[in-house]
Each structure stands twice: as structure tokens, then as C-alpha cells.
Ligand binder design. Structure first.
Ligand code: ATP
Ligand code: RIB
Length: 305
């Protein structure tokens, strides 16, 4: 039995550092560019591996050099890549502009991720059954996410659904199958149709999701930290104070770190504190997967070293 199966996207990110995010019609000069491994699913799998979880990834890449490079990045992080298929589409790509405050703007070209469809996921039911926790995002076809949720529920797996990138409301039938829903502020607002401009509004929006059947909402609030809302409580876990360089994959690192500690039997409080620390380290470094810290680095951060 493995701890975590991540079902989701793999993208090669073309990262371009700029003084600010270009406005429509504006041309500006970049200061740095690099191809770095990314994709929300792959980032979460990579983080789970680097942070010490036993993790596998189910997804799809193309038969090209980007696909090979993404597989290598996950293998180096200790992730089981044997469930990642290869197809004739190009490997997923993302163009990411990173501004001087670490904020970003992203365009995704899904490519092979579209072939991670419902039939592909259903063929791996035994692998889902052999996983304590299934982690999902929204960069593969929606029907594939629904199939994964159904199978995870059937086999009693814990489910973490990171509803990113931003989508509209999800049906209650989906929400009922989710143990931990982890939107950022924008996603929380889009999921509920409610404004999320302050902590009180975030709590109200999260409560409306609990009323629809989600067991626990764990909203990430960027530099403010993370908000836990269950039927019993709401509690803000403040972020660690760091100087952000590039926030890409902060949410992915947070999700995986939380799942790793929960799989180890930690309390929710311990898991969220650990996730805040790992995500804070990730924002101090450029890129998605290269920014994800190791377990030792995260433990050191928590001990104030
Ligand atoms: P992304 O899409 O860029 O990966 P996100 O929007 O999904 O990120 P955020 O809410 O921005 O997710 O951040 C996730 C977590 O990362 C936060 O809950 C927090 O723990 C940490 N974090 C993000 N930004 C900062 C920051 N400036 N300082 C410290 N921690 C941060
Ligand atoms: O969450 C960050 C990721 O979103 C990037 O790595 C990019 O590939 C996009 O999918």
C-alpha cells in the first residue's frame, strides 16, 4: 500500500522573469528564461516524494524530450513513474511570466494531459485501491477527475482535491466525495459564487462548501497562510515570513506536504504547519519543481534553524 497517488497533469514550464506582468498590448524586456519541470499534478507528486512520502503518479506525457525530462525529474524525487503513459500528443507546456514580486501569470497548453481521460484513469482502479490518499487537481479532463473520485470513494481512499486552475461551482455529488478541498482565494470565490476578500468572507464561503458535503476545506491564502474550516471549527494558520521570489507551485507544495504528514498519522494542525513551512520555502526559489524543498530543509525551517 502506497501513501499517495497523484492523478493529474505534467507540464514543461517555460519560465520568463519580467519586471512586471505584461499588460494586454504591452511589450517588455525579460530578464531570464528557462525550461523547468512543472504541471500541477507533477509538482504535487514531486513534492510528495521530496518530502518523504511514498508516492506514485498517474498521468500522460508525449513521446518527446520534454516528456522524458519530466519523468526524470519525478524519478529523482523518488516518485514511482511507472503509471505515466506516453501518447502521440506533445507533452503539456506552460508559459509562465514571473514579476519582480514573485507573482505570476500562466498560459497552459494541455497537449498529452488531455489523453489522461476517464477511460485511462478507470484502467488503473487497482492502483487507486492500493493508495491511502488520492490527490487531484483540474488540469486533466473533468470526467477523468470524476472517475478518479468515484473510484477513490469506492475503495475508501482519502481524497485531496485541489480545485485548480479556477473552475466554476462543482456539483454536490462531487463535493461529497472530497475529504480535503484546497482552493486558493480566487478558486474559493469561483466555487461558491461568493466574494472572498477578507478572512470572514473566506470562512463563510468555506462553510457553504461544508454544507454541500465537503468534509474539510483547507483554503490557501498566499502570504496570509491557510484557513481550515470544518463543521466544528474555523482556524487560520499564519504563513511563515519569507521574501517571495516566485510563488509558482506554492499551492502544489502545500497540498503535497499536507498529504504526506496526514499519511504519516500527524494531526491536522501538525500537517498544516508543516505544509505552510514547505510552501514558504518554495516561494523563495524560482521555478516549480526546482523550488520544492526536501524533508530535511522543511524540518529545519520548523525548528527555526
Ligand atoms: P500557486 O498557484 O502560485 O502555486 P496558490 O495560489 O495555489 O499558488 P497560495 O495560496 O498563493 O496558493 O499559496 C499556497 C501556500 O503557500 C500558502 O497557504 C502559504 O502557506 C504559502 N505561501 C504563498 N505565498 C507565500 C508568501 N509570500 N510567504 C509565505 N508563504 C507563502
Ligand atoms: O501550479 C503551478 C503549475 O501550474 C505550473 O508548474 C504550470 O505548469 C501550471 O500547470
Amino acid at each position: 500500500m502506497r501513501d499517495i497517488l497523484v492523478i493529474g497533469s505534467l507540464n514543461m514550464d517555460m519560465v520568463i522573469k519580467t519586471p512586471h506582468i505584461p499588460a494586454p498590448g504591452e511589450t517588455i524586456t525579460g530578464t531570464f528564461s528557462a525550461y523547468l519541470p512543472g504541471g500541477k499534478g507533477a509538482n504535487q507528486a514531486c513534492a510528495a516524494g521530496k518530502l518523504g512520502g511514498s508516492a506514485a503518479m498517474l498521468g500522460m506525457v508525449g513521446r518527446d524530450a520534454f516528456g522524458e525530462s519530466l519523468l526524470n525529474s519525478l524519478r529523482t524525487a523518488g516518485v514511482d513513474t511507472s503509471l505515466i503513459g506516453r501518447c502521440d500528443e506533445h507533452t503539456g507546456q506552460a508559459i509562465i511570466y514571473v514579476g519582480s514580486t514573485g507573482n505570476n501569470s500562466i498560459v497552459v497548453l494541455p497537449g498529452a494531459n488531455q489523453a489522461c481521460d476517464a477511460a485511462f484513469v478507470a484502467a488503473y482502479e487497482e492502483e487507486i485501491a492500493a493508495s491511502r490518499c488520492v490527490m487531484l487537481q483540474m488540469e486533466i479532463p473533468f470526467e477523468a477527475v470524476c472517475t478518479a473520485l468515484e473510484l477513490a470513494a469506492k475503495h475508501g481512499c482519502k481524497v485531496v482535491l485541489n480545485p485548480a486552475p479556477a473552475v466554476g461551482p462543482l456539483p454536490a455529488s462531487i463535493l461529497k466525495t472530497v475529504d480535503f478541498l484546497t482552493p486558493n482565494e480566487t478558486e474559493l470565490s469561483l466555487l461558491t459564487g461568493l466574494p472572498v476578500e477578507n478572512d470572514e468572507q473566506a470562512v463563510s464561503a468555506a462553510r457553504s462548501l461544508i454544507a454541500e458535503g465537503v468534509r474539510c476545506v483547507l483554503a490557501t491564502l498566499g502570504s496570509k497562510g491557510a484557513l481550515l474550516v470544518t463543521a466544528q471549527e474555523s482556524r487560520l494558520f499564519p504563513a511563515c515570513r519569507v521574501q517571495p521570489v516566485d510563488t509558482t507551485a506554492a499551492g502544489d507544495t502545500f497540498n503535497a506536504a499536507f498529504a504526506v504528514r496526514m499519511a504519516e498519522g500527524a494531526s491536522m494542525e501538525e500537517a498544516i504547519t508543516f505544509a505552510n513551512a514547505a510552501a514558504a520555502i518554495s516561494v523563495t526559489r524560482p521555478g516549480a519543481q526546482p523550488s520544492i524543498p526536501s524533508r530535511a530543509e522543511t524540518d529545519a525551517m520548523l525548528q527555526g534553524e
